[in-house]
Structure formats: C-alpha cells, structure tokens
Ligand binder design. Structure first.
Ligand SMILES: Cc1cc2nc3c(=O)[nH]c(=O)nc-3n(C[C@H](O)[C@H](O)[C@H](O)COP(=O)(O)O)c2cc1C
Length: 208
C-alpha cells in the first residue's frame, strides 16, 4: 500500500512515521524557566547529528491549544538544556514526566526525580541516568507554526562511573546502561539488549 502525504491527516502522518521510524532514542530534557523553576520532559524526535561541532537536535511540537511546550519556551529564554539519557531503571519516571502538566509545573519534583548541578549550563541534570549531555542552544529552525527543531551544541558530558570501562579509549559498558528506545503506539518502548554485530565492509572487498 502507498500513502500520499498530501492526503493524510496530521494524526495519520504521525502514526505512519512514528510506527516505522523506530526505535528512537529519547532525550529526557531538563530546562529552567526565567524564574529558575525546573522542567523535565522526554522527547523522542531526537538524535545526534555530528561531532564537529557535537550537535544534537530535538523536534518539539506545540501543545494541542497552540502554546509552546515548557521545554521549548525555556530553551528559547535560557538558551540551554540538558539531554539526559534514561536506562530501563528510569523508564517509569521518564514516562511520568511527559504528563501534560500546567505551565510552570516542576515534573521532576512531582515524580521525585533527583537532580544535580550542571557544570557549564544553568539547567541541572538528572542524577540517576547513565549519561547526560549539557547543551547550549545553537539555533532553532521554525519548521512551521506548530513545530520547531531545536539544535544544541553539547558542551559537557557526564557518564556514571560504574559504566566507564576505559576512559582513555572512551570505552563504556553500554550493555550495563540498559538504554531504551521509543517504539510505535502511545506506550511502547524497546530494550537494547538483543544486539547483533555487523562490521562495515572495507575496500577492496574481500569476500569469497
Ligand atoms: C517517550 C516520549 C517521547 C516524546 N517525544 C516527544 C517529541 O519528540 N516531541 C514532542 O513535542 N513531544 C514529545 N513527547 C511529549 C512530551 O513529553 C509532552 O508533551 C510533555 O508534556 C512536554 O512537557 P513540557 O511542556 O514540560 O515541555 C514525548 C512523550 C513521551 C512519553
């Protein structure tokens, strides 16, 4: 079956793309509003887009009523955010903080998510996660009236000591992090525990 996106509704487009473009990594984003109040929310329209400079991006939709989500408003005003990468142990708390709470709600406090100060940016990071990346806003691409792509430059990283194998070689025990991804449907997540290994071919090709 084929689908012409010109004739799909917004929710059909979302369902089709979000079902198949999986698994998606999840940025559990912490920001501060101008009054210094903390905000935490997950975003799976997220990935890294390069290392020189080290770039991440978030796709942020507006709320149903047309207002900016707190994360989007806080990044606009504070020009910084922290991407926290949750493992399975933080899945429930991460998912809880997606609650559509009134503006200015501190979802981290609501769900007892402990935070620690960041080193280079004002928003704090989440204490329990395997890794966090402090980001400065690089630019916001206003894709349409209802969605924007926030591009951030990573300026500082944290990995919990228990996951470091060899810091000089930047070898991490990623298996032990039990990282998770976003899948299709409203509530499905994936574990990253069923892996297989395929090396990139090297030229000249040497296969029997
Ligand atoms: C796993 C997960 C991934 C999500 N990804 C996105 C996303 O990429 N973009 C988005 O706009 N909302 C996404 N949401 C919804 C937001 O987390 C939700 O709207 C949240 O209330 C925003 O909070 P804020 O207003 O405090 O920023 C996601 C929710 C979940 C549970």
């Amino acid at each position: 079956m084929q689908f012409d996106f010109e004739h799909l509704s917004r929710s059909e487009r979302y369902k089709l793309m979000a079902s198949v473009i999986t698994p998606r990594p999840i940025a559990w984003v912490t920001t501060l509003n101008p009054a210094g109040m903390l905000n935490a929310a997950p975003f799976s329209f997220f990935n890294m887009f390069g290392d020189d400079p080290p770039i991440v991006a978030l796709g942020i939709m507006q709320r149903a009523g047309g207002q900016l989500k707190d994360t989007a408003a806080n990044i606009r005003s504070g020009k910084a955010f922290v991407v926290n990468i949750a493992g399975e142990a933080q899945a429930v708390a991460m998912n809880d903080t997606s609650i559509d709470a009134p503006e200015g709600t501190d979802e981290a406090a609501l769900f007892n998510v402990e935070v620690l100060p960041s080193e280079r940016v004002a928003p704090p990071r989440i204490a329990s996660v395997p890794a966090s990346f402090e980001c400065r806003l690089q630019q916001i691409v206003e894709v349409s009236e209802t969605q924007s792509i926030v591009i951030g430059e990573v300026v500082y990283g944290h990995v919990r000591d228990e996951f470091i194998v060899d810091a000089d070689k930047m070898r991490l025990n990623v298996d032990a992090m039990r990282l998770i991804g976003r899948m299709h449907g409203p509530g499905y997540y994936a574990r990253t525990t069923d892996l297989f290994d395929l090396r990139r071919p090297v030229w000249p090709l040497d296969r029997d």
